[in-house]
Design a protein around this ligand. Structure first.
Ligand code: AMP
Length: 279
């Protein structure tokens, strides 16, 4: 496995590879969720590249950029074990040299939910993903459904800008109790980890209610909100029932729907979602 931190070196390695290349962009502190994307990339492509870059432009000034968890040596040994061909670990100066000023605005899909709570976040994501695609030039790129709006933003970006990369969305990986894996779970105390299971439980109850015939989006959101309000330490940022591609809120669940939520559990902000498919 080769490890490079400059764009020039990444380009050299890319040019030396034959066949298809799968790419998994990450911010590091890897867990089974990330590794599931790597495994899928290995299944579908001849070689796999992973980037580890904590992208400053997708964090707001009041967010956790400086305390975002990092464990580079451990990450590299996991990626080596997983059969990755090369890892790109640039620093912020390599990606954003002096004078850098371009940014990508993907429009409406980036505005609600995470986009509303974290202004500029998806512009940062879309810009860095475009740069990484241009540097790595993958055949396919793998993203997790865990960040459902990010998936919708990337699909929009690739379609609108005719970027020749196939976007593959992979299922959410959860721990044995149902908590969606996230690098930020490391901020949770043991008690918070237990209580955070309510997020997935509430989505499961919503799914059951829809399977039993409920169609009204407000009723579904109220059901989730009632469950989450059982914990006084939770602060709900949003509960959404939306179209999975446009992220427009739905009145009624007649077609595919993305039920997503963002909740602060103590000081840690967690996301979870469930995709309800039309039967
Ligand atoms: P991050 O390092 O948080 O930027 O995540 C890198 C990629 O891993 C993104 O495409 C995430 O959606 C994906 N990912 C993170 N957590 C999970 C999970 N629990 N299951 C599946 N994919 C995940």
């Amino acid at each position: 496995m080769q490890i490079v931190s400059t764009i020039a070196d990444a380009r050299k390695i890319r040019a030396s590879l034959n066949g298809t290349l799968g790419f998994v962009p990450t911010m590091g502190f890897l867990h089974e969720g990330h590794l599931s994307l790597v495994r899928r990339a290995r299944e579908e492509c001849d070689a796999v590249a992973v980037s580890i870059f904590v992208n400053p432009t997708q964090f707001s000034p009041n967010e956790d950029l400086n305390r975002y968890p990092r464990a580079l040596e451990r990450d590299l040994s996991l990626l080596k074990e997983a059969g990755v061909s090369f890892v790109f670990t640039p620093d912020a100066g390599e990606i954003y040299p002096p004078g850098f000023s371009t940014s990508i605005d993907v429009g409406d899909v980036a505005k609600p939910l995470e986009g509303a709570v974290r202004p500029g976040h998806f512009s940062g994501v879309a810009t860095v993903v475009t740069k990484l695609f241009n540097i790595i030039q993958p055949t396919k790129a793998f993203f997790g459904q865990k960040d459902a709006q990010q998936c919708a933003v990337i699909r929009r970006l690739v379609t609108d800008l005719n970027i020749p990369v196939d976007v593959v969305i992979c299922d959410i990986v959860r721990n044995e109790k149902g908590l969606a894996l996230s690098s930020r779970n490391s901020y949770l105390t043991e008690s918070e980890q237990e209580r955070a299971l309510l997020l997935h439980d509430s989505l499961g109850k919503a799914q059951e209610r829809i399977a039993a015939g409920e169609r009204n989006a407000e009723t579904i959101k109220t059901l989730i909100s009632d469950i989450l309000s059982k914990d006084p330490d939770f602060s709900v940022d949003y509960i959404s029932v939306a179209d999975p591609d446009s992220l427009t809120e739905l009145d009624s669940v007649n077609d595919d729907a993305l039920i997503s939520l963002a909740v602060k559990v103590g000081n840690t902000r967690l996301l979870d979602n469930i995709l309800v498919r039309k039967r």
